[in-house]
Design a protein around this ligand. Structure first.
Ligand code: ZN
Length: 154
């Protein structure tokens, strides 16, 4: 039996709020780019964005474009979500971003067999529509789920 693959929440269920500290992140996502704020004074990445650098208290930020690669730092499989179809499975994950050391995103892993998700699993970013025309960064396995399911005897 084919596994039910994880997916993102329906677009109309996700509303984002921007402020001057997070707006650049969301505008970039709309262009299908993943960026992270880096302290312009000490180089420390801070994600989610914060007004002050936790390392040096600077307010100066360089927005840095990332490759979109990630890996699972921690995750939880969420089933039977109130108001959604029973077959919708979410994988909520904290994602390490290797080219932004110290920065992590809370996101979803989509198109994954929930039973195959592991800590350290390699991911690549994708973008899914949410309310009001925004795009939300989500992650999918770097190795698509289908390959493993069909076996490697070919
Ligand atoms: Zn700093």
């Amino acid at each position: 039996m084919r596994a039910v693959l994880s997916r993102a929440l329906p677009a109309e269920r996700v509303h984002i709020a921007t402020d001057r500290f997070t707006e650049p992140f969301w505008q970039a996502a709309r262009d299908r780019r993943l960026i992270a704020p880096r302290c312009a004074d000490c180089g420390h990445f801070r994600l989610p964005p914060t007004p002050f650098c936790p390392e040096c208290q600077s307010q100066n930020i360089d927005w840095t474009e990332l490759s979109g690669r990630g890996s699972v730092f921690s995750f939880s499989v969420v089933r039977n979500i109130r108001g959604l179809d029973d077959d919708i499975v979410l994988v909520a994950a904290v994602v390490d971003l290797p080219d932004a050391p110290g920065a992590r995103l809370i996101s979803n892993v989509i198109d994954a067999d929930p039973d195959s998700v592991r800590i350290g699993m390699e991911l690549t970013v994708d973008f899914t529509p949410v309310a009001d025309g925004w795009l939300l960064p989500v992650f999918r396995p770097l190795t698509p789920a289908r390959e493993g399911e069909e076996g490697s005897t070919a």
